[in-house]
Design a protein around this ligand. Structure first.
Ligand code: APR
Length: 309
């Protein structure tokens, strides 16, 4: 059986952490690409040298040549700038949009049948750029954010209630920014509604911390942004696609009328399987929840309009 091929564009903090996560779980051969000469080669070799210890039989190579990425099943895009303290994800818009446009053009030339998974911020607008530039069908172009935002919320809930993180589920919709929409109503602990276990004040505090989850990490790191949890979230999406698991995840997807919204990437629940985004699930949202999603959609749309694409 031929192993799957996964390319990670950008061998920085997120890219290298993704490569590690994917290799350890033997999800496929990994190609780590970067424009900096030596960086992907060095990190890939280091990761490969860990493989006997981890017991994973996959190849991991680093490269500065797109030819080495040819015929990838999945291309993960992490190239671009990360934010620093005081910056919002939206401050990265212009610079990262030209990087995403450039790397997408080249990557899809070599891997015309791949799934594109965008991680670079501002996430929803960058996924839109990748969709426009690639011309790929919408089931094959998506952005990672919702699993990460939900994981942050899950970890805060587990910590507060002193229960296993495994038993906590949470749902965060909308764009990956200050206007994200954490849905307490769809958050449970082993099926028990969160509202039965916590005061509304506590829930509100957790929602607020979730919204600021990325900024909280940036304020500690000072020179960059989060990478372990983002990489784990990417890994779960890759696994769902390559193993055709049909997981229900919040994923940044192109909306064409769902939730009354269109021409925009926004985080919504999707069925993620062998065909990529196989279905967008439309929840019956309360008016306030829908209004929050609409607000989030508007803020992503304003970024897309700034890009004039
Ligand atoms: N082609 C390939 N790689 C590029 C290009 C390009 N045109 N431009 C930049 N890069 C590479 C850089 O050389 C660097 O190695 O992208 C990498 C980015 O790595 P980091 O600076 O460590 O940033 P990281 O923390 O990995 O975040 C990357 O993901 O979560 C988002 O907001 C985050 O937008 C940021 C992205």
């Amino acid at each position: 059986m031929k192993r799957k091929k996964i390319t990670v564009i950008g061998a920085g903090n997120v890219g290298a952490a993704c490569a590690h996560w994917l290799a350890v779980r033997e999800l496929g051969d990994v190609v780590l690409f970067d424009i900096i000469d030596g960086l992907p080669q060095g990190k890939a070799l280091d990761l490969f040298e860990a493989s006997p210890i981890d017991g994973c039989d996959v190849s991991i190579i680093g490269t500065n040549s797109y030819a080495d990425t040819a015929n990838s099943d999945i291309v993960i895009i992490t190239a671009g700038l990360a934010r620093k303290p005081g910056m919002s994800r939206d401050d990265l818009l212009e610079k990262n949009s030209s990087i995403i446009s450039f790397v997408t053009q080249r990557a899809v030339k070599y891997s015309p049948d791949a799934f594109l998974l965008v991680v670079t911020n501002p996430l929803d607008a960058m996924a839109y750029v990748a969709k426009q530039v690639s011309g790929f069908p919408k089931n094959r172009v998506m952005g990672m954010a919702g699993i990460l935002d939900a994981a942050r919320m899950r970890s805060f809930i587990a910590c507060e209630l002193q229960v296993s993180v495994e038993d906590v589920s949470a749902f965060v919709l909308g764009g990956h920014g200050e206007n994200m929409v954490p849905l307490a109503r769809y958050s449970t602990v082993s099926g028990i509604p969160l509202t039965a276990l916590m005061t509304s004040e506590k829930i509100d505090a957790i929602i607020e911390r979730t919204r600021n989850g990325g900024a909280e990490i940036v304020s500690f790191l000072k020179t960059g942004s989060a990478f372990y949890a983002p990489a784990a979230a990417v890994g779960k999406m890759v696994e769902a696609i390559l193993k055709d698991k049909k997981r229900i995840f919040p994923v940044a997807a192109l909306l064409e009328g769902e939730y009354g919204l269109s021409d925009c990437y926004v985080g919504v629940p999707v069925k993620l399987g062998g065909q990529g985004i196989e279905e967008i699930i439309e929840l019956d949202l309360l008016p306030a929840e829908l209004a929050a999603l609409e607000k989030s959609h508007l803020s992503v749309r304003s970024l897309i309009e700034r890009l004039k694409i």
